[in-house]
Design a protein around this ligand. Sequence first.
Ligand SMILES: *Cc1c(COP(=O)(O)O)cnc(C)c1O
Length: 423
Amino acid sequence: MVKKTLPFTKEQIQKIIRKNPTPFHIYDEKGIRENARRLYKAFSWAKDFKNYFAVKALPNPFILKILKKKGMGTDCSSLPELLLSEKVGIIGEDIMFTSNDTPADEFVKAHELGAIINLDDISHIDFLERALGGKLPQTICFRYNPGPKRTGGVQLGDPKEAKYGLTEEQLFKAYQVAKEKGATRFGLHTMFASNELDPAYHLATAKMLFELVVAIKKKLGIRMEFINLGGGFGVAHKPEDVPLDIETLSSEIKKLYTHLIMANGLDPLRIVMESGRMITGPYGFLVTTVRHLKHTYKEYVGLDASMANLMRPGMYGAYHHITVLGKEDKPANHKYDVTGSLCENNDKFAIDRMLPEVERGDILVIHDTGAHGHAMGFNYNGKLRSAELLLRANGEVVQIRRAETFDDYTATLDLKNLEKFKP
Ligand SMILES: *Cc1c(COP(=O)(O)O)cnc(C)c1O
């Protein structure tokens, strides 16, 4: 069970709305910082533990700067993400470049920045070598795809349907080839879980990677410098969800480390991860105002936010908790579909959701929008992306991204030529 609380009061939000009209996402700096501290404390036993924040989750440089201060690097998968990381001074081996179907210029930029390059395919060894003018980087990491393998009694999803990574056979070959081509430092990565709250998955991932580290040493004489557990650590979206217990998970991983890595004389092996969702997800809130109430075959609440601000419910049917501000203690005895204004019937934040009676003008807060929220925004139907605000630890509110305007919407159109254009 999780208590879905808010880091602000109704009065605070009303004051913020006077300056910043709804809808907007607001992020809780204190929450993000405490969460980061908790993760690093849980893994303090592991030498040089680091989380490379998956930039795609919340690509705002102000947030990256907060995370940098907490010791995090970035996990980038595109040129713009690399440039964003560079903007806040996260460079060198504080960047993990985990991409797929990668263009050559992105490999070049990642290498220029000194990033650790994580290859998604065996054919990328040659591709990277050519992109870099005939020389592989000293440090190389490979992404492993375990296929339909079971590890530690856990079926690891169906990774053979996942486009990512190398097969086991390819993986051994890839390290061998990379070594022959002059690589001297090696990492091993995998990721197949997504938003997974069951610690057994994450533990099985660690076990599988530790066992591979041992096997690679035995077979190839290559000593792994780090393993990258990937992302996929879940957020407890529903009140009845059991949150991932990161302390227990870490101590279980430590036991495996002792039995598999230390016992085989492979200590120290760095443990890193590239979690995004778990880092910021629970610390973002979409604040929106009720525009209309509609009664037809069902009861509809129409908001000034739409799936252009938060795509997850419409796209994945994902649950996002909703609080009607100021009515937290009223009984949730009305059933609503909570919708946006897009001309798409899946533009719904919730279907058949029990809420206290909603009135026009009520402020609704949609929880857990700190990852894949604003980031997945789009302009379809002429919807403009909202502002992003940061609630500082001292209570101050800073706008860290303004809302889009019509000029932003048309910025890529050549309107000067439009006047001259004669159809
Ligand atoms: C998306 C992604 C992550 C982060 O996943 P979360 O669900 O945010 O933890 C990490 N690594 C890779 C390669 C990804 O694609």
